[in-house]
Design a protein around this ligand. Structure first.
Ligand code: HEC
Ligand code: HEC
Length: 225
């Protein structure tokens, strides 16, 4: 790599707000991979044991590991994301370290039946909207949301299965902001063969800056209360 390019990428890495996977999450990842390698499509409960170290015993998520809550997500969406991680459609961009971590785990789920049963198990968790962690201008966020996001994600961010668009209300605000940032930078969804991710990748370019994106997420968070 030429020196100026190297310096530029170091500078960019230093500016990024994303925490990098740390020793704790690496450890949890290898434990999960080992546990799943020995599993069959058995029960969702058994399979979920490998997920709990990061996503929490009842799918509540863990911000320190950048692992989102799963209990507020729709089953069809969780299933499609796991299929996407497993096929490499998601988590393959070289700068998407957390996506890569989740991809490695999804690849060890033995088959489609295993994906279905672990998702069914997650579906039994009590959905409890994730607590807000961000502050911003919710009024400005509401204007952008209704003009640019509501048509697909729904008036109260409830999602739309027909369009394969997920609910956003109730999902961790820090995770939504991070994923929006990843779409806008092309870390997620920039591969045209990722039909739904690509739609959202195009939308990732529509908000003027990171401040507005935060305002939109703060507004989405208010819809879950
Ligand atoms: C080592 C920690 C770790 C383990 C173990 C783990 N995950 Fe994840 N998972 C993550 C991280 C980090 C992300 C966020 C990926 C990203 O930023 O794109 C994630 C994302 C996901 C997503 C996408 C959610 C969304 O809204 O985009 C699903 C679904 C998921 N995990 C399910 C599972 C299941 C099921 C298991 C067990 C078989 C599991 N995870 C085990 C860390 C983990
Ligand atoms: C054309 C329809 C469409 C519009 C408009 C749209 N989205 Fe999306 N969005 C999607 C689809 C489809 C997905 C699922 C992508 C995938 O499967 O990887 C998605 C996923 C997301 C996710 C990831 C959620 C998760 O848990 O993984 C976030 C965050 C998001 N959208 C935010 C927004 C915001 C903010 C706006 C407005 C600026 C917006 N979207 C506008 C279609 C849309």
């Amino acid at each position: 790599m030429k020196l100026p390019i190297l310096l530029l990428s170091l500078a960019l890495a230093a500016c990024s707000n994303d925490p990098a996977p740390n020793a704790n999450s690496e450890q949890a990842a290898s434990a999960a991979v080992a546990a799943l390698q020995n599993s069959s499509s058995a029960s969702g409960e058994k399979l979920y044991a490998a997920c709990a170290a990061c996503h929490g015993a009842s799918g509540e998520g863990n911000k320190a590991l950048s692992a989102p809550s799963l209990s507020n997500q729709q089953s069809w969406y969780l299933e499609r994301q796991l299929v996407g991680f497993r096929s490499g459609l998601r988590g393959s961009h070289p700068d998407d370290a957390f996506g890569a971590q989740m991809q490695a785990i999804a690849k060890t789920l033995p088959d489609d039946a295993a994906i279905k049963s672990v998702v069914a198990y997650i579906g039994d968790f009590k959905a409890k909207p994730a607590a807000g962690t961000l502050t911003g201008n919710a009024k400005r966020g509401a204007d952008y949301y209704s003009n640019l996001c509501g048509a697909c994600h729904g008036p109260v961010a409830e999602g739309n299965e027909k369009l394969q668009v997920p609910a956003l209300a109730g999902v961790d605000d820090w995770y939504l902001l991070q994923q929006f940032d990843h779409f806008s930078k092309g870390l997620r969804g920039s591969d045209e063969s990722d039909r739904y991710g690509y739609q959202m990748y195009m939308m990732g370019k529509t908000l003027p800056d990171a401040e507005v994106a935060k305002d939109v997420v703060v507004y989405i968070q208010s819809l879950a209360d």
